[in-house]
Design a protein around this ligand. Structure first.
Ligand code: NAD
Length: 356
């Protein structure tokens, strides 16, 4: 199979971790007999420096020519004082919108070899954590209007609008049901229906769609309760579906349950395209030192193969290679524990590629 993928390394440690992701991708392609057609383009600060904008037209064009995109990270102190339109993060929001990436998937799975990295008590972690947060990504309060800071009766007022149409909710909820069907068949929908009308509509749509998925067990949780339950009984969740704002917060909370930022992948899916990236940022404090953990990006490559190309076996080979490498005791600095072997970013990539 020919795999056309656009690489967007971005800023900071982005290029370092994407390089390792590609190393593993090439190993998988060779083992399973696929050909790779890789494009590369600029995004974020790197694009601002070269083209004067965070998402240049050329980048968007290259992305649209591929089905899947692998992104590193964007941002850094160099651009922190830029005006809003010229900030690296604007490139990320724009690409999600342009490619119609309405669903953000964050698997939160405890890698047995990294159990000691979890912030939770051992007796909770030992029950096993394997959940998937599905966050709506192109609607809700981050995009609703009116928004802005206005003057009203002599004082400033800040306004954002949480707005969802029935169709937007149905689209993400159906995807979550489909994903639950392929997993443990349990769906938790998170809202704030006791206070917000927009959440009451959300819940209504979940109840409507549920009729089409009788095999899936459905639970509704208010977001404040969900935040508590995630840390007290993470083992009882399967798929969690929620809106943009709640998903932003809960997916970070769920992420630290299993360990380092450096090990958490993500996928953003739309009808036509998939964009895959580690959940961490550009880590300017360690950039250029070959010490970043590339596992989150390497697992994002696994998600890319699974979701954009339906290559589950190939994805499985990557997950196993990661576990084996960790099983040998190799650790980048962020997950290093006494008695284990410290390796650089590129060495970690080499070891994982060798195990594929
Ligand atoms: P960050 O995720 O970049 O870093 C937080 C901490 O985690 C740092 O100490 C960093 O060294 C460490 N870390 C992150 N990834 C790591 C890895 N792979 N291996 C080892 N250690 C790792 O978050 P931040 O410091 O808040 O933000 C830095 C920049 O990244 C900012 O400009 C921010 O806007 C941007 N950012 C971008 C994204 C993205 O591109 N999706 C996400 C978050 C932050």
């Amino acid at each position: 199979m020919e795999l056309e993928i656009c690489l967007l390394p971005g800023d900071g440690i982005g290029p370092e971790v994407v390089r390792e992701g590609v190393k593993v991708l090439k190993a998988v392609a060779q083992k399973f007999g696929h050909t790779l057609k890789l494009e590369e383009a600029f995004i974020g600060g790197a694009a601002i420096d070269k083209y004067g904008e965070p998402l240049p037209a050329e980048t968007l064009k290259k992305c649209k020519e591929c089905k899947a995109i692998l992104l590193g990270a964007v941002g850094g102190p160099k651009w922190d004082n830029n005006p809003p339109e010229l900030r690296p993060e604007k490139g990320l929001l724009a690409i999600r919108k342009e490619l119609g990436l309405f669903a953000n998937l964050r698997p939160v799975k405890l890698i047995p070899q990294l159990q000691e990295s979890s912030v939770l008590r051992k007796d909770i972690v030992e029950k096993g954590i394997d959940l998937l947060v599905v966050r709506e990504l192109t609607g809700g309060i981050y995009f609703g209007t009116p928004k802005g800071i206005f003057e009203e009766q002599g004082q400033l007022v800040g306004i954002n609008t949480m707005r969802y149409t029935e169709a937007e909710v149905e689209r993400i909820v159906r995807l979550a049901f489909e994903l639950a069907l392929k997993r443990k068949k349990k769906l938790t929908s998170v809202d704030k229906a006791n206070v917000l009308e927009v959440s009451r509509l959300w819940r209504q749509v979940v109840e409507k769609v549920k009729v089409d998925y009788p095999e899936v067990e459905v639970e509704h949780l208010y977001v404040d309760n969900a935040a508590m339950q995630l840390v007290s009984r993470p083992y009882s969740f399967d798929v969690l579906v929620t809106g943009n704002l709640f998903g932003d917060i809960l997916s970070d909370e769920a992420g630290v349950i299993t360990g380092s930022l450096g090990t958490l992948p993500s996928a953003s899916l739309g009808k036509e395209f998939g964009l895959y990236e580690p959940i961490h940022g550009s880590a300017p404090d360690i950039a250029g030192q070959d010490m970043a953990n590339p596992i989150a990006t390497i697992m994002s490559v696994a998600m890319l193969l699974e979701y954009s190309f339906n290559l589950s076996e190939e994805a499985g080979a990557i997950y196993r290679a990661v576990e084996q490498t960790l099983g040998f005791g190799y650790r980048t600095k962020d997950i290093l524990r006494p008695g284990l072997k410290k390796v650089s970013c590129s060495q970690m990539g080499d070891f994982i590629a060798m195990q594929v």
